[in-house]
Design a protein around this ligand. Structure first.
Ligand code: MG
Length: 363
């Protein structure tokens, strides 16, 4: 029997290879199905939980089985990378709502995913904090026929805000891994430092909310209190504010449209004192500049941008390249890899492979 958390039941779980954590979660939540990416880890886990009634699967086949499982109503896609595209599509085809925490799926395959979701009548509910803020700021407006004039996507600016290129050329891995406001995984923390993350979010917003690129403005707001805003045609701006805590956007997606009690810090305006805003410095932080260029060129260029960044960040985390090599690698990949105007899922994945191969041969 699965365990209910309030009125949610965890029927399936997935992870890459962390079997210790999975075993703990299986013993707590009793899911029926668990997908582990690595086959060896899946075998290890199966032995650990052989006293329980749970099926362990692995690899892409396992993820797809999990995405389609009959008992589920909603799939939280929090996998890192383009590996999320196929299981997300399978879940949509099986009629599951999607709580989307995986940016790459929309960045690279938004032109396939959004029409598919519409056709299958499923909801794509954003988990990314900025997109959740936009989603919350849109509440009820669309139903009344009110159009978005502009999305104001906020950015903390990352740990290196205000630095020059000269200073950026000196930064170390340890510095890049220190985010001022949010506690996140290593890859996304580096993406915040390069502003690549903000670029991916602009692309994600375009697909999620059906707006043009020129309707999205990035606003640097170092305090991360306003999580993003929507401007309407009458000039009114609606924003969502709060302490930086991912629990809220996750819960909002899972219980939408209900708001439930959530333990945690509340915003204290007396203590906050001031909020500041500035334009992003795209000449210094080229991650955002190249993202906007990738978006403008369209086709498989966002895939090239994303794949090149994934590989470059992995190399930076291994201390094989310098911080400023990340945007350089992205820019050269965008020039070198063959352009495809309307890439299919196969072509998106082939583009990813081509980018990895090209970078490996060069660096
Ligand atoms: Mg975000």
């Amino acid at each position: 029997m699965s365990i209910r958390i309030n009125d949610l039941t965890v029927v399936g779980l997935a992870a890459g290879s962390n079997v210790e954590m999975l075993e703990k979660q299986i013993r707590e939540f009793h899911p029926r199905l668990v997908a582990v990416w690595k086959e060896e880890a899946a075998r290890d886990l199966a032995v650990r939980v052989q006293d329980l009634d749970v099926k362990i699967v692995s690899q892409m086949g396992g993820l797809i089985e999990l995405a389609r499982m009959e008992e589920s109503d909603i799939l939280v896609t929090a996998i890192v990378g383009m590996i999320g595209i196929r299981p997300t599509m399978e879940a949509i085809l099986a009629g599951k709502d999607i709580a989307l925490a995986n940016k790459e799926t929309l960045v690279t395959a938004g032109h396939i995913i959004m029409p598919l979701a519409k056709k299958c009548g499923v909801r794509i509910l954003p988990v990314d904090s900025e997109h959740s803020a936009i989603f919350q700021s849109l509440n009820g407006e669309k139903e009344h026929g009110n159009k978005i004039d502009k999305i104001l996507l906020t950015a903390s600016g990352g740990p290196f805000r205000g630095m020059t290129r000269e200073q950026l050329s000196q930064v170390r891995l340890e510095d890049a891994l220190k985010h001022p406001n949010w506690v996140m995984g290593r890859k996304i923390t580096i993406d915040s430092a390069t502003l690549v993350n903000k670029g991916l979010e602009v692309m994600e917003a375009k697909w999620l909310f059906g707006v043009n690129q020129d309707q999205i403005q990035v606003v640097v707001h170092p305090q991360s209190v306003i999580h993003s805003m929507v401007q309407y045609e009458d000039g009114a701006i609606i924003a969502q504010l709060g302490t930086p805590d991912m629990k809220l956007p996750i819960q909002y997606a899972l219980y939408y449209p209900e708001r439930r009690f959530l333990r945690g810090m509340r915003l204290d305006f007396y203590k906050l004192g001031q909020m500041t805003f500035e334009a992003p410095d795209m000449d210094t932080f080229e991650g955002l500049k190249f993202a906007l260029e990738a978006m403008r060129r369209g086709g498989n260029i966002p895939t090239i941008f994303n794949a090149a960044n994934e590989m470059a960040v992995a190399m930076f985390l291994e201390r094989r390249i310098a911080f400023l090599d990340i945007p350089d690698i992205i820019a050269s990949a965008m020039e070198e890899i063959t352009y495809i105007e309307h890439p299919s899922v196969e072509e998106i994945l082939a583009t990813e492979a081509a980018v990895y191969e090209w970078i490996e041969s060069r660096w």
